[in-house]
Design a protein around this ligand. Structure first.
Ligand code: SF4
Length: 307
């Protein structure tokens, strides 16, 4: 039986045959939405249920731009994948991004500020080339959409930056980060996203990825991990428990704020009681369990493919 399906029998006088029907989806999670709830349930509510808009930040847009350049880099013949080629891709990829999302141009007051920002993006790309040589790589997939529906109906999905497959069949999952690598105490949280992808790949393709690799371009560090089936089963249990907690919070209309240093980057402090703000009333319309996540993924896909 295929993943994300259930098999039922049809009663007739003919010999019993089976057909695959889609599993009813009860909810949907991506790594970022799961991360939101773990960071702060109220943040999850405002982003996913209330769907409050988030102002683009220059750091987030720079991340999108650097990802776009690294994806395009592998369109070039291997020998041309150099730091100079990556730098040349910056301007055209920025033009595509600005055309697709005109509001990002407003982040910069003048050409000088934009030029400085593009220089900071180039520094991140230079950092990439200190970590690996793309001339020696032949990625199997880039910006790959992965998805599975678990037997209970929870849909997991996300976009993997890069998948490398060795001649032996070993799979490496690669994710680029434009920030700095986490301290030791936060490595587990960083790897959670990668285990999420590994779980989806295992459930859909039957192969446990050999290596999960986070590449931090901000400080030119790699965080790598080799998962096993027990790791991925534990990740699955954690996600199911997380979804149960989200469902309970939704039924109770009770998403508690959880203060952390990440509050400094939260767009919703004005509506957060922990920050002196006023809690928004529960929205009249709550998105269907799958709808909010689908919109989030669509936005991610648009950002990932801004041509
Ligand atoms: S300010 Fe902090 S506690 Fe409040 S909603 Fe945002 S992340 Fe949560």
């Amino acid at each position: 039986m295929s993943e994300g399906s259930r098999t039922v029998g049809r009663m007739s006088t003919a010999p019993l045959e089976t057909v695959d029907l889609p599993l009813p989806v009860v909810g949907s999670l991506s790594p970022s939405r799961a991360g939101d709830f773990m960071t702060c349930p109220l943040l999850f509510r405002y982003r996913t249920i209330d769907r409050l808009p988030q102002a683009p930040s220059s750091a987030a847009v720079r991340g999108t731009l650097v990802h776009a350049v690294l994806e395009r880099l592998f369109d070039l013949p291997a020998v041309e994948r150099t730091p100079e080629s990556a730098a040349e891709l910056l301007a055209p990829e920025w033009a595509k991004l600005a055309a697709a999302e005109p509001e990002v141009s407003a982040l910069f007051t003048d050409e000088t500020e934009l030029a400085q920002w593009l220089t900071s993006a180039k520094a991140l790309l230079d950092g990439y080339f200190t970590l690996e040589d793309p001339r020696r790589l032949d990625p199997a997939e880039r910006e790959s959409f992965v998805e599975v529906v678990l037997p209970g109906g929870l849909r997991l999905r996300g976009i993997v930056d890069r998948l490398d497959v060795a001649p032996s069949g070993d799979v490496r999952v690669v994710d680029y980060k434009t920030g700095r690598s986490p301290g030791e105490a936060f490595e587990g949280k960083a790897l959670f996203q990668m285990k999420f992808y590994a779980l989806v790949l295992w459930r859909t393709r039957g192969v446990v990825p050999r290596r999960l690799q986070l590449m931090y371009l901000g400080d030119r560090e790699i965080l790598a991990y080799s998962p096993d089936e027990d790791d991925l089963l534990a990740t699955e249990r954690k996600l199911l428990a997380l979804w149960e907690a989200i469902e309970r919070a939704t039924q109770a209309r009770d998403f508690r704020p959880r203060v952390s240093k990440l509050c400094d980057w939260c767009d919703h402090q004005a509506f957060c009681p922990e920050k002196g703000g006023t809690l928004l009333p529960w929205p009249d319309v709550v998105p269907a369990p799958d709808e909010a996540e689908a919109r989030h993924l669509e936005a991610m896909q648009r950002a990932a493919a801004v041509d």
